[in-house]
Write a new protein. Structure first.
Length: 260
């Protein structure tokens, strides 16, 4: 089921499957690329309890080895919730809140997850994660595709880039200036970001999500993916959070858009 919310000139469509943001429009014009059946090819997917990749789909936690489904390249990717149907906890004209209890044999605990979308002077997505079981590792991410036209730029553009081998961080980070180009790279880039092209000016606020994956593989868009930790954080520990039993954490991404 898809839920439509609106406020003034803002409009969004959210899918119960994966708590997926299928579209976000300002004055009828798309800010993000239209959602796809494959959620990481448009729209904005929610990535939990890990974001991006886990090498070989294997990690160790508290002395136990866990295995996860892998893709064609042989890695686990993009979490465990994209194929899950969330319940609608509440909704009104401009806000919808969805919930899911996640239990998976590839993860050491059970999580209560809430995803809240609100339209007010922009789009705010708040993600709550509560640990119902034993202490567990956690990385939270989102995967929005922003439409761009022609040259684009990100500001601030000075960042630490994760050195990668086969799309997995080696643990080394180097100074880097992000410029127009082709990317499938992770950066340590805390604070607010601005993405601009002749199509729009976007401000992305992401408290608590200090890592960003940039992906330019879909023409006409740039995926700017805020994450609380780096790819393969369950193994390399880069940005990894530990969620105590009974602990509840809040994550947020806010998108303000000026269409040109």
């Amino acid at each position: 089921m898809q839920i439509k919310i609106s406020s003034g000139d803002l409009e969004a469509v959210v899918d119960q499957r994966g708590a997926y943001l299928r579209s976000f429009r300002v004055n009828g014009k798309n800010v993000i690329a239209e959602g796809q059946e494959r959620q990481t090819r448009g729209g904005m997917a929610i990535l939990l309890p890990f974001a991006n990749r886990i090498k070989g789909g294997r990690y160790e936690w508290k002395g136990k080895t866990y295995t996860l489904p892998v893709n064609r390249e042989g890695n686990a990717i993009h979490g465990l919730v994209m194929d899950k149907t969330f319940q609608i906890l509440s909704s009104d004209e401009r806000e919808v809140r969805l919930g899911l209890q996640l239990a998976d044999r590839g993860y050491p605990s059970s999580l209560l997850i809430e995803v809240d979308y609100l339209l007010k002077d922009g789009l705010t997505c708040v993600i709550w994660v509560e640990n119902e079981g034993d202490e567990a590792p956690l990385v939270v991410g989102t995967h929005p595709y922003f439409i761009v036209e022609g040259e684009w730029e990100i500001y601030p553009n000075r960042a630490k880039r994760c050195v990668m081998k086969d799309k997995i961080p080696t643990g080394e980070m180097i100074d880097f200036t992000i410029m127009q180009g082709e990317y499938d790279d992770c950066f340590h880039l805390p604070g607010d970001l601005n993405l601009s092209s002749r199509y729009s000016k976007i401000k992305i606020s992401k408290p608590g999500m200090d890592f960003v994956q940039l992906y330019t593989g879909i023409p006409g868009s740039v995926a700017v993916e805020p994450m609380s930790g780096a790819p393969d954080a369950f193994n390399n520990g880069i940005g990894l959070l530990t969620l105590a039993s009974g602990e509840r954490r809040r994550f947020e991404i806010r998108i303000e858009a000026q269409l040109l």
